[in-house]
Design a protein around this ligand. Sequence first.
Ligand code: NAD
Ligand code: ZN
Length: 384
Amino acid sequence: MGGKFLAAIGQTARLSPRMEGRGLNPSCPFKVYRHQVLPIDILFLMKTLLSTKLYFSLNTELCLDISKTGVILVDESIAKTHGKALQKTLGYEMIAVPSGERSKTRETKQRLEDELLRRKIGKKTLLIALGGGVTTDLVGFLSSTYLRGVPLILIPTTLLGMVDAAIGGKTGVNTPFGKNLIGALYPPVAVFIVFDFLKTLPEKEIKNGLSEILKYGLTHDPMIWEISLNGINKGLIETSIRCKLKIVSQDYDERLGLRHTLNFGHTVGHALELLSNFKMSHGEAVALGCMAESFLSHLLGYLPTRDLDEILERYQRLGYGFKQFDRKAFFNALMVDKKVKNGSPRFVLLEKIGKCVPFEGSYCKAVAMDDLEKMVEWMHANQN
Ligand SMILES: NC(=O)c1ccc[n+]([C@@H]2O[C@H](COP(=O)([O-])OP(=O)(O)OC[C@H]3O[C@@H](n4cnc5c(N)ncnc54)[C@H](O)[C@@H]3O)[C@@H](O)[C@H]2O)c1
Ligand SMILES: [Zn+2]
């Protein structure tokens, strides 16, 4: 991995320009991946939050010049534990962000903005989002508009946040019309991956994160599909992050269509989330979406039976199955997907495990209503 856009910088290798000349030695407690298109450092913190402090103290350009002060915006459910620990390390102010998908809204964003304004938080202040994908999406979006943009660091605390939500610069909130419909592309200055946070994460949230990891396996890297059978470990997390970074580097603003591939499973997934009024977790919705869109890929003649069987078997073993849903509402929900073109929903399709079908480079295709009806039939026949 690495290649043209991504320089992998290991513990003993060259440091990123920001870190160079700052006296970091090879026993540095973190690895840095310098993203060469976006000005982002991805840090893998091998030890504890103390590495965060070391990074901050070494990175004077980032933290002392830009931000003498900072605010930690933390998911309220981990405020007393991980939030307090980070606050103690950095000495920053802290604000709790309501937990859960249903709080990823414009209303919550506004309340947080008012709180920052009330505290007279200025343009040079660093915002740190500490939490899962809900927190990083919400705080990321807030950072892009607060005083027309303030510096941002993301510290994901869920597996899903580490391997996906905190990587790639997409931020946003949900509306009653659909998922992530209001937002901005706003890259953070750095993302810290602190494996220790996973120790307190419930099993069901690990499963939610696995769902996005499997998506990388299906769309880009058959190795990820294979090795994820052995469970989650640091290596798999790192490989998944690099997989996403590679794609994002090549098509940051989705102009080429390559980034659409990361949306596999999400056309159906987002519709199911909306239908559940955001009670279904994103991870579960994506898993069900990957099953349905794999079936669609097979129905349209792209994905061989053998691959479909292997895919479905994996998800079924993880306990995934569909619930009854309203067909009309489902088709309406498909129409708010961002890939809709000329009034037709478009789908990312697989040609085998590890590869998407290219359609003149755009990686998504309009699917006829008849075929979508068949997919919905199939979803209803595969309930649990
Ligand atoms: N921006 C992107 O590119 C992108 C990509 C993928 C997903 N997302 C978004 O990410 C969101 C889902 O993220 P998520 O799955 O992390 O959900 P989440 O943020 O709701 O976190 C899941 C649960 O874990 C709790 N939690 C967080 N960290 C914890 C910890 N260390 N220990 C114990 N509990 C902890 C939270 O309070 C919450 O209840 C969705 O809104 C999705 O749209 C965004
Ligand atoms: Zn997702």
